[in-house]
Design a protein around this ligand. Structure first.
Ligand code: DX5
Ligand code: ZN
Length: 229
């Protein structure tokens, strides 16, 4: 599995009037990636951001831009997101019939390719594409909104997908997204996740973003020392 744990703040929970400032603050407080949630009002019942926001994030920091496409027909949009500066593009198994082809196109554009599954989708749905992805995203809430509660039943899928990747000697990332914070990140880490997306736990932390980042780092560091004890 990948050697380092990564924290990816989800800007969906940020105050958009202060976006550039908050992105730089996240970077200064140890964010590894920036997670950008794209929603089209069809695949999920919410509308969020498009390539113009990715382009603005690119100008605001040097962080790797991890773009999560919760859209129908993602193949129609990937070129625009790649041109806007996305480092990686993650598409959902449930979003259409062209999963394999679209993942190939993403890599062809020079981006990392990710595949995502919703809580109600079995782990087996990603098996045919494990060899051509850089990241598997397991939704730990139903996609659509920040601030929902973590679904612990997804942990079993995290364990199984990590085991398949390890058996293949793969360094593909296993990412968890939804309801991740200092209490839940260690559970996901123990199950085999290595990339932690967090929105509300960071941008809506009662003591501010820096305190949220510190709490998440500390929770994951404790987990690391537990597992080596
Ligand atoms: C949910 C999004 C998540 C969300 C995470 O549909 O994909 O990335 O912003 O927010 P929290 O951490 O608040 O659940
Ligand atoms: Zn997301």
């Amino acid at each position: 599995m990948p050697s380092r744990l990564l924290i990816a703040p989800s800007i969906l929970s940020a105050d958009f009037a202060r976006l550039g400032e908050l992105i730089r603050e996240a970077e200064q407080n140890g964010a590894d990636w920036l997670h950008i949630d794209v929603m089209d009002g069809h695949f999920v019942p919410n509308l969020t951001m498009g390539p113009v926001v990715v382009e603005a994030c690119k100008r605001a920091s040097r962080l790797y831009l991890d773009v999560h496409l919760m859209v129908e027909n993602p193949e129609l949009h990937i070129e625009a997101f790649a041109a806007a500066g996305a480092g990686g593009l993650t598409i959902h198994v449930e979003a259409g019939p062209n999963l394999h082809r679209t993942l190939q196109v993403i890599r062809g554009l020079g981006c990392k390719a990710g595949v995502a599954i919703n809580p109600g989708t079995p782990a087996e749905a990603v098996q045919p594409v494990l060899g051509i992805v850089d990241l598997v995203l397991l939704m730990t809430v139903n996609p659509g909104h920040s601030g929902q509660s973590f679904l612990p039943e997804v942990l079993d899928k995290v364990r199984r997908i990590r085991a398949w990747l390890d058996a293949a000697g793969s360094v593909t990332h296993v990412q968890v997204d939804g309801g991740i914070g200092a209490e839940t990140a260690p559970l996901a880490r123990a199950a085999g996740a290595d990339v932690f997306v967090a929105g509300n736990a960071l941008f809506k932390h009662p003591q501010g973003l820096a305190a949220g980042m510190a709490a998440l780092h500390a929770a994951l560091a404790e987990q690391r020392s537990d597992s080596t004890a």
